[in-house]
Design a protein around this ligand. Structure first.
Ligand code: NDP
Length: 285
């Protein structure tokens, strides 16, 4: 293997360890950070994500509440719960697990969360803060990608970063974060033709598409840093990314595995955002 592996699992574990100490000292001052997670329905993937988030909170000592609603819940009822959590002093972060059933507007729900408690960073105010380089909350996956690069001590300024994917939760915020760190950023999407013309120029390539083996060895520059956000099930039912790992790892300088790369970083950044929210709200009193 030519590339060095970026071990997201290990980086995230080290971050959780450091958080435990931080939370212990918060608790010694009588302050407990709290996260509320709202789950609507019984979507197995959502249930498993939420379970993981609650488990992570327990591990580091964050107080967590899981609030469940049936698939048939009304938008009004959900918004009323968010209002209550917005006022709850023991809750510093609120997360509504997406997707939501069709009778509920995701945008209305996202915008009902007070921006100070929007630990997913999806509220338009937080997105605007990211655009204008102000303090806010950044969506967990892009924030996790930056943390990974910090952990391997790779400076971003002046690098050409190519982000494949332009979703509101990954591609766009990742591009903005890199831009704010003085990278030169190219954003690619489904209409980019030919994709390889751009990916081959990347010093840092972020693949956030959701398509197995979209990126092959011939699509990257030798020595590139390859960040694979994709999560796909292959024909054998195995979890794989967007990058043809076996061939790309021979040519890349650094590469993230799937699983064990971006996924654990996304999870740990939710905890980081919750602590940040708690700190900021504690300071405000
Ligand atoms: P979306 O489906 O919202 O966005 C996918 C993006 O990929 C779109 O911008 C789309 O372009 C683009 N795209 C689709 N096909 C191509 C193509 N052939 N060439 C270039 N671009 C293409 O997905 P998400 O951003 O939510 O997620 C992306 C992947 O990351 C998924 O596999 C998801 O499961 C995974 N993920 C992983 C996380 C983790 O923690 N590891 C967290 C979040 C997501 P267009 O806009 O033109 O349609």
């Amino acid at each position: 293997m030519g590339a060095q592996l970026i071990d997201g699992k290990a980086i995230a574990a080290a971050k959780r360890q450091a958080m435990k100490t931080r939370i212990e000292s918060m608790k010694a001052q009588g302050f407990v950070p709290g996260l509320a997670v709202i789950l609507v329905g019984e979507n197995p993937a959502s249930m498993s994500y939420v379970k993981g988030k609650i488990r992570d909170c327990k591990e580091v000592g964050i107080y967590s509440e899981l609030i469940r609603f049936p698939e048939t819940v009304t938008e009004e009822r959900l918004l009323a719960e968010i209002d209550k959590l917005n006022e709850d002093k023991t809750i510093h972060g609120i997360l509504v697990q997406l997707p939501l059933p069709s009778q509920i507007s995701e945008q209305k729900v996202i915008q009902a969360i007070r921006p100070e408690k929007d630990v997913d960073g999806f509220h338009p105010i937080n997105v605007g803060r990211l655009v204008t380089k102000q303090e806010g909350f950044v969506s967990c996956t892009p924030a996790g990608i930056i943390e990974m690069l910090k952990a391997i001590d790779v400076p971003v300024a002046g690098k050409h970063v190519v982000v494949v994917g332009r979703s509101n939760i990954v591609g766009k915020p990742a591009s903005l974060l890199f831009l704010n760190l003085d990278a030169t950023v190219t954003i690619c999407h489904s209409k980019t033709k030919p994709l390889s013309k751009y990916t081959q120029q990347a010093d840092i390539l972020v693949a956030a598409v959701g398509r197995e083996a979209l990126i092959h060895a011939e699509d990257i520059k030798p020595g590139a840093i390859v960040i694979d956000v994709g999560m796909n099930r292959n024909a054998a039912g195995k979890l794989v990314g967007d990058v043809a790992f076996e061939e790309v790892k021979e040519k890349a300088g650094f590469i993230t595995p799937v699983p064990g790369g971006v996924g654990p970083m996304t999870r740990v950044m939710l905890l980081e955002n919750t602590l940040l929210a708690a700190d900021r709200q504690n300071k405000k009193g």
